[in-house]
Design a protein around this ligand. Structure first.
Ligand SMILES: Cc1cc2nc3c(=O)[nH]c(=O)nc-3n(C[C@H](O)[C@H](O)[C@H](O)COP(=O)(O)OP(=O)(O)OC[C@H]3O[C@@H](n4cnc5c(N)ncnc54)[C@H](O)[C@@H]3O)c2cc1C
Length: 478
């Protein structure tokens, strides 16, 4: 078999998107994946009982549905179909009421009582502008002038603020809780800059593209990318952990879907020592504690809206959510934890047998935290869904060490491949303002994982931008 033009290490969503982008340009591409199957953080497995199809990592995909590159790849032709839950998100309170993030901005605002007008003022300027905004937000911040400077500028002014500041625009617990819960998708305290932008982006995504789940589970995204890659002549070898680039066939470009620390180890002397040092000192953020449940019935939420939502956030106030995220960031277990939960089988019966269900939950904990959060997770669930415990048929519990063992990119259980506080979401993987953060001083080596902008999430944009950089620099594509 001929040597490839380009090699990708790691078949996560970014590695696969990078490989597809290179193969679309006519290059011979080979991907090496250590795990037995492709997918990385986008996979589906029977973690508990036969027939219960869990997503061990990502489950809900506003960034996938709204990703400029994944949309352009027409993954529907390779088996991906999105299911939109009745409601993208519910944020219930212990008294049985709930704030909801609906597909419609107006419906969402109506549920926020006196804060509804403020919600509209915050988001309406961006209604119908997702494509323009995503093109500028989901890329390297210094990668050139924004294509839509007015929309982007207006967004950036708000987005740079901490969620704790933006949330104070609201006066009621519903809007504040909803907004802070959205910011809780990033592993940073609510007081950190840019967390307001995360909340805005997730809210806007619900109105513009939805928060869908893939039919059959998240593996469908990876399966579709792998199928597209195969149709373009790309090759994937699974079950092959790469320890050094020296083990790999010669190629003009190597794209690494890894942590920066691992990239330094794989590249060895191919990277100058000062740059490898920056990669080795790259800092990882809080971890998550994940529980996947097999349930005999749907979660008995007190709030009726939560029974119609794909995602349900559990943190009854801005103060409680803030304290939980701060604890994880400062090295303490959250008490009580802020939970992000998903209930895919309510909308996709193929995920669990008969009337039973799969249920997906995680909370942020400190990096490398060795404890067991299961009791605290279930106490929090009982607060909003009394009787939850009676439905549990089986549970698969994965703490930081388990996440890291499953995928070396989850260093210490960090699912974001790096700290996200301060401006670290924008300035990664090196703390320098570089226009092409995917490139390294070695023109043949690129980092294409979520340790590069725009950071975590199943959107493939890191892989796409890294591949475009390699195409320009090594293969003279414009
Ligand atoms: C518990 C959890 C929940 C999440 N929830 C969501 C969610 O709901 N929505 C969302 O959008 N995102 C979510 N994410 C984040 C999302 O999964 C990641 O941001 C995304 O998968 C990153 O993609 P990637 O390609 O950069 O890396 P990864 O998905 O981590 O893939 C990297 C791949 O490289 C392989 N690899 C690494 N080193 C080597 C090596 N040396 N040799 C060979 N192979 C190697 C790994 O095995 C892996 O397959 C979640 C993540 C986790 C863990």
């Amino acid at each position: 078999m001929a040597d490839p033009d380009a090699v990708v290490v790691g078949a996560g969503p970014n590695g696969l998107t990078a490989a597809v982008t290179l193969a679309q340009a006519g290059l011979r591409v080979r991907v090496y994946e250590g795990a037995a199957t492709v997918g990385g953080g986008a996979r589906t497995e029977e973690l508990t009982l036969p027939g219960f199809r869990h997503d061990p990592c990502s489950a809900v995909h506003p960034l996938g549905a709204g990703s400029p590159v994944l949309r352009a790849l027409r993954l529907d032709r390779h088996g991906l179909s999105w299911i939109h839950p009745d409601l993208p998100l519910a944020h219930p309170f212990p008294d049985g009421r709930a704030a909801v993030l609906a597909r419609s901005m107006a419906e969402t605002a109506r549920g926020l009582d006196r804060d509804g007008d403020r919600y509209l003022r915050l988001l309406e300027p961006f209604a119908g502008r997702w494509d323009e905004l995503a093109a500028d937000v989901l890329r390297a911040p210094l990668g050139g002038l924004p294509r839509h400077p007015l929309v982007y500028g207006r967004f950036a002014l708000r987005a740079a603020l901490p969620a704790a500041v933006l949330a104070r625009m609201f006066t009621g617990r519903a809007a504040r809780g909803l907004f802070c819960g959205l910011a809780g998708h990033v592993t940073a305290p609510l007081t950190s800059p840019v967390t307001g932008g995360i909340a805005l982006m997730f809210a806007l995504a619900a109105h513009e593209v939805g928060w869908p789940i893939p039919r059959g589970g998240t593996q469908a995204i990876s399966g579709a990318l792998a199928s597209l890659l195969a149709s373009l002549g790309g090759e994937v070898e699974t079950g092959r952990w790469v320890r050094s680039l020296d083990e790999l066939p010669p190629a003009r470009a190597y794209l690494l879907d890894t942590s920066p620390g691992q990239a330094a180890a794989l590249a060895g002397s191919r990277l100058p020592s000062w740059y490898a040092g920056l990669f080795r000192r790259y800092r990882h953020g809080p971890a998550v504690f994940k529980v996947d449940y097999a349930l005999s019935g749907p979660v008995p939420w007190t709030a009726p809206a939560a029974r119609r939502a794909g995602t349900v956030h559990l943190g009854p106030s801005m103060a409680e959510i803030g304290a939980a995220l701060r604890s994880a960031h400062r090295g303490r277990a959250p008490d009580p934890p802020f939970l992000i939960t998903a209930q895919p089988s309510l909308f996709d019966p193929s995920r669990a047998p008969g009337s039973s269900h799969v249920f997906w939950v995680y909370a942020q904990v400190p990096n490398g935290w060795p404890g067991d959060l299961t009791t605290a997770v279930e106490a929090q669930l009982e607060r909003f869904a009394p009787g939850f415990g009676d439905l549990v048929l089986a549970r698969a519990v994965t703490g930081p060490a388990g996440l890291a063992a499953r995928n070396p990119n989850n260093v210490g259980g960090d699912i974001a491949n790096g700290r996200c506080d301060r401006f670290r979401l924008l300035l990664r993987p090196v703390p320098l303002p570089v226009p092409v953060p995917y490139a390294t001083p070695n023109p043949g080596i690129y980092l294409c994982s979520s340790a590069t902008p725009p950071g975590p999430g199943v959107h493939g944009m890191c892989g796409y931008h890294a591949a475009r950089a390699a195409l320009r620099r090594v293969f003279s594509f414009r």
